[in-house]
Design a protein around this ligand. Structure first.
Ligand code: SF4
Length: 432
């Protein structure tokens, strides 16, 4: 289906065509959307509101049934925009259900391959003749903490997960490309890079794994590095050794657990037991002082008994995570779990999620209380006018949101602060 936008652009006095990018799903999706947006700015497009856009790009997720529903809703919403845009749909749902998405409207263009989205949109916008060269993610549209995608795909095939089907086998961004992107971001003022991937422990390039990658990135002079998420079995002595020896590395690790029950972990095909998980976290804490551990936990997996759920509650309490991301199991056709018996009733799954989110609030409050009065390194991300003057808000190395009252700070500043009381999920701090 050939949908031309150039004609309408040429009829008007050729203002730079406007593009709107909507991102659903994970950090990797967010980083990919930023890369697509930066490339289009380099081609002469501008980012603008959806209702004025010539092209709307929707980067979809398909990790749950709810994610699919949100993606279709976003496509319909874009089709209804006043500017009658072409809607380019990419991402994981586009990889698995292109026909279904195309059937939503004649102006829908499905491009599952994110690498090709920029070129498809440029062709639609006919912007080739005003190139301004590659643009780094810098400025209002991009954040002080920039995700750097280093790996894509996964071959773990956890029983509940559709991602390996949508994103394919593991493949790494070459070390050279990662370093040149990090250097460009550093040169443009980015203070923290978040190394992202679908299964980052699978990273392999130039004879280096994840540990070697982190070492190389630290060598670029970037002020702060964060690892987005790492599977428990990838927490090797080598990685922890590099971690402990690299001061730029944020003292925070996100290590998905998914369940505290050995029976559930086995049927999820996670590849570890609760005891192995415990041991990995103990090793992390032994090698890295003051590290904050956050995690993903799923409830309602087929066959999860009341006792299994209690095991999950008990293990998350025992480990003392600083934050839990709680997910409800969502049946994904094509995954091993979709065919499993003893699907947990939706009301019971919802109840378990509520209980675990309560536990999350308790764990966050416990950690905030523990940190009160202690020092932290705050990366300022936003500065705004509050009732009592200018307020700077940002993220600490150990992944807490904190604010300080300060007139002379700017986004990107790294400050030593003393943490105080928590107010609405943000710790009020004072500058040291
Ligand atoms: S490790 Fe498991 S949960 Fe994570 S993307 Fe791979 S299959 Fe999915």
């Amino acid at each position: 289906m050939d949908v031309r936008v150039a004609d309408r652009t040429r009829q008007r006095a050729r203002p730079a065509p406007t593009v709107f990018v909507r991102t659903l799903g994970c950090k990797v999706n967010r980083t990919e959307s930023e890369q697509i947006a930066a490339a289009l700015i380099g081609e002469g497009a501008v980012l603008g509101p959806e209702e004025e856009a010539s092209v709307v790009i929707i980067n979809t997720c398909t990790v749950t049934g709810e994610a699919d529903r949100k993606a279709r809703k976003a496509v319909r919403h874009a089709l209804g925009a006043a500017s009658s845009p072409v809607v380019v749909v990419t991402g994981c749902l586009a990889a698995l259900d292109a026909e279904g998405l195309e059937s939503l409207g004649g102006r829908v263009v499905v491009e599952p391959d994110k690498e090709r989205v920029g070129a498809r949109v440029s062709a639609l916008l006919d912007v080739q003749d005003s190139p301004r060269g590659a643009v780094v993610r810098h400025g209002e549209a991009f954040r002080i903490r920039a995700g750097v995608k280093v790996e894509d795909g996964c071959d773990a095939f956890c029983a509940y997960c559709i991602v390996p089907f949508a994103r394919g086998t593991p493949r790494s961004v070459s070390l050279r490309n990662v370093l040149s992107e990090v250097r460009a971001l550093v040169a443009s003022g980015t203070a923290e890079v978040v190394l992202t991937g679908i299964n980052i422990g699978r990273y392999s390039s130039d004879g280096r794994g994840l540990a070697g990658l982190v070492e190389a990135v630290a060598g670029t002079g970037v002020r702060r590095i964060r690892i987005s998420s790492v599977e428990p079995l990838d927490l090797t002595e080598e990685l922890l050794g590099v971690f402990a020896a690299t001061p730029q590395l944020c003292r925070h690790l996100h290590v998905p657990l998914q369940s505290g029950s050995d029976a559930v972990l086995a049927s999820m095909e996670r590849g570890y037991t609760s005891e192995e998980y415990r041991k990995r976290i103990a090793l992390v804490r032994d090698r890295i002082a003051d590290v904050a551990i956050t995690t993903d936990v799923m409830v309602g997996f087929p066959g999860e008994s009341a006792q299994d759920f209690e095991d999950t509650l008990e293990l998350t309490r025992e480990i003392g995570f600083t934050r839990l991301h709680v997910f409800r199991y969502s049946k994904r056709e094509g995954t091993a779990a979709a065919a499993m018996p003893f699907q947990v009733a939706p009301e019971e799954s919802a109840r378990r999620a509520r209980v675990l989110r309560g536990q999350d609030r308790h764990l966050r409050a416990t950690y905030a209380a523990l940190r009160r009065g202690q020092e932290a390194e705050l990366l300022v991300e936003e500065v705004s006018n509050g009732v009592a003057g200018r307020v700077a808000v940002g993220t600490t190395g150990d992944y807490l949101r904190a604010s300080i009252g300060a007139d002379d700070v700017a986004p990107g500043d790294l400050l030593r602060v003393r943490l105080g009381d928590e107010v609405c999920g943000v710790l009020v701090a004072e500058r040291l």
